[in-house]
Design a binder for this molecule. Structure first.
Ligand code: HEC
Ligand code: HEC
Ligand code: HEC
Length: 381
């Protein structure tokens, strides 16, 4: 056999090339002739449906092999995942109490009802689908570049979805806003919720309540110039977040000004109860905040984040541990550095040890928000 192949390899090669060229030509001719009906309304022939489903299953399984789920507190992430799902995914997929939108139901393939379908996939596979999307189906990839950490909130939500009641869904997805405003009808006609404060309070704090998830920052009582800058940075894609970029994209300059002024004028919102942490850790955090760490060339955090910090620097006191830790990790992984302010903080974050990150998160989460507002409070009548 091998002898035969060695003798006839030229002929074999020519035949293979010829066959390949013939098939390519045939495919081109079919494409050019227009006889294949690409109408979504025509549906796929059964054999093609079978091949496509097989291809999708195998590809998701194969490509998600290297995904490593982090250790995480799913309960804290579900409200954030649900709120994002409501504004970004429910348009296509429907949600508990919101039947599949008839327009998107006529896509080919049509987006499945995830309350029934999500348990078909493992945690790793759900992450991979939500992170990368699916070619040729309309299923989009995650929009915040380099923010894989955010996708896990959506995964936590998708895992909880199959057993979630309509009431629970509304509570999670609505956060502190009036969920009644978001009917399936409003989604069909507008695609996204109308922009008003409910568009923010679904995830963020209000004057009377902390954000529903500790992974969402408190913005009530934050410096106005900082809030304005952050919204501009999400909108022009210089600060990445798959949660905030789609929201900020809908805002014009005037709305940004008004939102920044409104949130800055709120009293600092009530805090999440800080998790119990050791007094030694908090003490280490206090030293870092007040004195820095000379050996590692880390300046005192409070020199920039305290009462005398610049007005376009953020206040940290009372932000949750989870939020502070996560932002520091984003810098350490090389994100949030495209702006001059982000680049400055990036240098500081990269010099910290893991232990110092924990210490700083624990200290600032337990620090009363008023602590760094002395000037205004003292001068108030
Ligand atoms: C523009 C419409 C659209 C949007 C928006 C959308 N999807 Fe999809 N999604 C689809 C389509 C279409 C499929 C593919 C169905 C198929 O291949 O059979 C899909 C598939 C999926 C699947 C795999 C389901 C399965 O069993 O095949 C998951 C999980 C999923 N989407 C989650 C999400 C999440 C989470 C979001 C929001 C971040 C989202 N989708 C936003 C259209 C959409
Ligand atoms: C789906 C949930 C969600 C919605 C809706 C939402 N946010 Fe956010 N917001 C977040 C998350 C999560 C972050 C942290 C993102 C990051 O890691 O950069 C954030 C960050 C911010 C920041 C930066 C805060 C800081 O300390 O750096 C501002 C300002 C902000 N949001 C304002 C708004 C405003 C104003 C609206 C309404 C127009 C809004 N957000 C709607 C989830 C949301
Ligand atoms: C030289 C000034 C400076 C020092 C010192 C500094 N920071 Fe920052 N920090 C900033 C600036 C500026 C920002 C805003 C970055 C941006 O806009 O992207 C920031 C942002 C942050 C944020 C994100 C806040 C938010 O709402 O998103 C955290 C968390 C943070 N710093 C922690 C620390 C810790 C912990 C220390 C001490 C170890 C520290 N910083 C020291 C300047 C500083």
């Amino acid at each position: 056999m091998t002898g035969w192949v060695t003798r006839h390899w030229r002929a074999l090669l020519l035949w293979t090339l010829g066959l390949f060229a013939g098939l390519t030509l045939l495919a081109l001719m079919i494409a050019y002739s227009g006889i294949y009906n690409i109408a979504a309304s025509a549906g796929h022939p059964a054999w093609m449906e079978w091949v496509l489903q097989l291809g999708k299953e195998r590809s998701v399984k194969f490509n998600s092999r290297s995904v490593k789920p982090p250790k995480q507190d799913s309960a804290d992430l579900v409200p954030l995942g649900a709120a994002h799902f409501q504004s970004t995914c429910a348009t296509c997929h429907g949600a508990p109490g919101q039947p599949l939108n008839p327009v998107f139901g006529h896509m080919l393939p049509s987006p499945p009802d995830l309350q029934k379908h999500a348990h078909h996939w493992t945690r790793e596979q759900l992450f991979w689908i939500a992170r990368h999307g699916i070619q040729f189906t309309g299923m989009p990839a995650w929009s915040g570049a380099g923010r894989d950490d955010e996708v896990w909130a959506v995964v936590a939500f998708l895992e909880a979805l199959p057993s979630m009641s309509e009431t629970d869904y509304r509570r999670y997805a609505g956060g502190h806003s009036e969920t009644q405003g978001y009917s399936a009808g409003a989604f069909v006609s507008q695609g996204r919720p109308r922009l008003d404060l409910t568009a923010c309070s679904r995830c963020h704090d209000t004057a009377g309540a902390a954000p529903p998830s500790p992974y969402v920052p408190h913005i009530g009582g934050q410096n106005e110039a900082y809030l304005r800058r952050a919204l501009h940075e999400y909108r022009d894609d210089s600060r990445q977040s798959g949660f905030m970029e789609p929201v900020a994209d809908d805002l014009d300059d005037e709305q940004i000004d008004r939102l920044a002024a409104y949130y800055a004028s709120l009293p600092p919102s009530p805090r999440q109860r800080p998790r119990p942490s050791s007094p030694q850790l908090r003490e280490q955090g206090r030293q870092l905040a007040e004195q820095g760490d000379r050996a590692r060339k880390v300046p005192a955090c409070l020199s920039c984040h305290g009462a005398n910090g610049r007005s376009d620097y953020p206040r940290l006191a009372g932000q949750s541990e989870q939020y502070i830790r996560r932002q520091l990790q984003v810098w350490r992984r090389g994100g949030r550095h495209k702006t001059p302010h982000g680049a400055m903080m990036s240098v500081v974050a990269k010099r910290l040890t893991d232990q110092q990150v924990e210490a700083a998160a624990s200290f600032f989460a337990g620090r009363p928000p008023q602590a760094d507002r002395v000037q205004e409070e003292a001068s108030a009548p």
